[in-house]
Design a binder for this molecule. Structure first.
Ligand code: EPZ
Length: 428
């Protein structure tokens, strides 16, 4: 067990290099199953979710070589299993992508239900709807999702709700199906486009990724490729939110500014000054954030994965803000932790009323999930006193070298190992 110890009050100055996108990496790595050749993937984020997927690929029989901490070469030709037991799938949502990839390769998959952050119900009915539209039979057998198909035939699929996971999984199952698949109401996130570009670099025929209509014309085989993952817009947004809360002047390097449009727009509304360059941006903030209303929506709306971080900034803003969660049923659980740090936030279902306070105060808190943990780090950076954050293994899932990157910007943050959870964590 480790924890962060953060002493608040430092402005953030300097530059930070953004890593590859977690949600692109966890979709692209399972997609390697569909290749007949060796895939070299660069700009992989050095995070525990990536390690977990690499472990799964090795368990399935893939030959995986780490070239360096951000580059991997995978030869999937010896993969000989289409079964993923619960112990391999329980910790993250992305394990569900192996259903689509295995269906695409073996026309067979037996995968335990995925885990992942707890925001309430996280069904996969739209994933299954897509698989069945392509001709697969999907049942639950002994707690495992069991999918099989004599053949996969391209088909139109309408997604009742915009779903990143369902869009990814249907793409994976459709790239080698016979004929044309059209996904209507598809997710438009940057990581969807990155997956489509990766698959096309292997020889797939996908058009329209990034729009709400994606067309996939099935091909016989997919070859090896060399590919570099896009930068992580949520990691970038997290550092931008930290500067807006703590004040400072930071160059956010190795990004695609277009992927950050909705985040930049809101931080500018809160008083930050942002200057964009080709692959970086400079954000400066020298006053108290202004209040601002936020509604999270599928891309290109404001990303739900930035909701805890932006709410933390608003908790010390000048005035009262409304934050409406438009994607998940229960993504405000972290507010209880923020309230222990003097935040004044009233939550009613999917809406939070955030009354800005002069400052947060240090307290022993813990990470409820990945992005809630990132929000606690931002809270610690601005709170008076020294804040301790537990459960930080959840933050390791999506943030590479967090302590090194923040220390490089002048933050006072340390990672220490503890023997057992504190009374706070045990009590809750
Ligand atoms: C992905 O989760 C991300 N995870 C999440 O990021 C992110 O919050 C989410 O997309 C929304 O952007 C990964 O990419 C690994 P969805 P996913 O399917 O695919 C409902 C992070 O912090 N739905 O787009 O699970 C669902 O309940 C993580 O990096 C169905 O009803 O999200 C939700 O209300 C946390 N049926 C909405 O759709 C389905 O079959 C969007 O979910 C699937 C989803």
């Amino acid at each position: 067990m480790d924890k962060y110890i953060i002493t608040g009050g430092n402005r953030l100055l300097g530059s930070v290099k953004i890593s590859g996108a977690k949600n692109a990496a966890v979709a692209i790595l399972p997609a390697v199953l569909l290749s007949d050749g060796v895939c070299r993937i660069e700009n992989l984020p050095n995070i525990s979710d990536v390690f977990a997927i690499i472990r799964i690929l090795r368990e399935l029989g893939a030959d995986v070589r780490m070239i360096n901490k951000n580059t991997v070469e995978i030869n999937p030709s010896h993969i000989n299993s289409f079964t993923l037991p619960f112990e391999m799938t329980k910790r993250m949502r992305a394990s569900s992508y192996f259903i689509g990839a295995m269906l695409g390769r073996f026309k067979r998959a037996r995968v335990a239900p995925p885990g992942g952050c707890d925001f309430g119900v996280r069904p996969i009915d739209l994933h299954i709807k897509g698989f069945e539209a392509l001709g697969a039979q999907v049942t639950m057998e002994n707690g495992m999702v069991d999918a099989r198909a004599a053949r996969l035939i391209g088909s139109p699929v309408y997604l009742d709700k915009v779903s990143v996971g369902a869009t990814v999984n249907i793409m994976l199952a459709a790239v080698k199906a016979r004929g044309l698949t059209v996904i209507e109401n598809a997710a438009r996130e940057p990581h969807i486009v990155d997956l489509a570009n990766f698959l096309n670099s292997m020889g797939a025929d996908i058009m329209g990724a990034g729009t709400s209509v994606i067309k996939i014309r099935g091909v016989e085989t997919l070859g090896g490729t060399n590919y570099s993952i896009i930068p992580d817009q949520i990691e970038a947004g997290t550092y931008m939110a930290a500067v807006t809360a703590a004040g400072g002047d930071v160059l956010i390097d190795n990004i695609t500014p277009k992927h950050l449009e909705s985040i930049s727009a809101k931080l500018i509304e809160m008083g930050a000054v942002i200057e964009e360059f080709d692959e970086s941006l400079r954000i400066t903030m020298d006053k108290r954030p202004k209040k601002c209303n936020i509604t999270t929506l599928p891309h290109p709306g404001f990303p739900t994965d930035m909701q805890p971080q932006i709410t933390t900034v608003l908790s010390v803003a000048d005035g009262t803000s409304i934050v409406a969660e438009g994607v998940w049923d229960n993504r405000f659980r972290y507010v209880e932790q923020l309230s222990m740090m003097n935040a004044n936030i009233q939550v009613d279902g999917k809406v939070a009323v955030v009354s800005g306070v002069e400052n947060l105060k240090s307290a022993p808190v813990f990470a409820n999930d990945l992005r809630a943990g990132a929000a606690m780090v931002i809270a610690g950076l601005i709170a008076k006193g020294t804040t301790e954050i537990e459960n930080i293994e959840l933050i390791d899932r999506g943030y590479e070298d967090l302590v090194e990157k923040l220390t490089g910007l002048g933050a006072d943050i340390k990672r220490v190992t503890i023997n057992e959870p504190s009374a706070v964590k045990q009590a809750l």
